[in-house]
Design a protein around this ligand. Structure first.
Ligand code: SF4
Length: 220
């Protein structure tokens, strides 16, 4: 990867699909997956986004997105905030009238993002091996538009998620809280039982795209 600028982006994938995660799961959505990540989660399902990517002008990305004619667009990664072109991209998508989701791994400040996008923070639990990397001040920047997603591998991750919700007062932000079991690691039925038993202040989320299409299929 050569140096990215505000006018250029390194893009792993551009595709139109069904939104598979978040409170908007099930809606048609365009995806801009930016290349590069500063983490290496044990269960990562997008290692192809770790590096490389196709160098594109911001205008080329916007042209592709416009062709989809989809109101909803998600910027994701990798970790999108690593690229200086991420914020200009989000601003341009908003200016074009898109409801714009930005999924971030929560290690970098989200305050540079425009307030009218929807920030989705993936909180890293111990099972990821990356839980010490979280930038917790991000939580207090969240609003009722935003979302916090805990990806869970086991009971220890689940207990950690409940503890972090309490410790960082996440409920006070009004952001939606999602618990997502890692496929083939945590049985959704088991997670559902724990959540009901504890009246967990979160909603269970399954990765819809992995139910609709083969779990390892890219570009969906
Ligand atoms: S932050 Fe996302 S892309 Fe990066 S290693 Fe973790 S799961 Fe993979």
């Amino acid at each position: 990867m050569t140096t990215a600028t505000a006018e250029t982006l390194f893009v792993t994938e551009l595709f139109a699909s069904i939104q598979g995660e978040s409170t908007r799961a099930g809606m048609p959505c365009g995806f801009v997956r930016l290349a590069g990540c500063n983490l290496r989660c044990h269960w990562c399902d997008t290692p192809h986004a770790f590096e490389g990517g196709r160098e594109m002008l911001l205008s080329q990305v916007l042209d592709t997105v416009a062709q989809w004619r989809l109101p909803l667009v998600q910027v994701t990664g990798g970790e999108p905030l690593l690229q200086p072109g991420c914020v200009p991209l989000v601003e341009a998508l908003l200016a074009a009238g898109h409801t714009t989701l930005v999924e971030t791994n929560g290690t970098l400040p989200i305050t540079a993002l425009p307030e009218n996008c929807i920030r989705i923070i993936d909180v890293k639990c111990p099972g990821s091996g990356m839980s010490e990397r979280m930038h917790w001040p991000n939580i207090q920047a969240l609003t009722t538009r935003d979302e916090v997603k805990f990806v869970l591998t086991d009971r220890a991750d689940y207990d950690h998620a409940l503890a972090m919700i309490k410790q960082h007062n996440i409920l006070s932000t009004g952001a939606a809280i999602l618990f997502s079991p890692v496929a083939d690691m945590l049985d959704p039925q088991q997670l559902a039982k724990w959540m009901v038993a504890d009246s967990a202040p979160a909603r269970l989320q399954l990765q819809l795209h992995k139910i609709i299409w083969p779990a390892d299929m890219r570009g969906v």
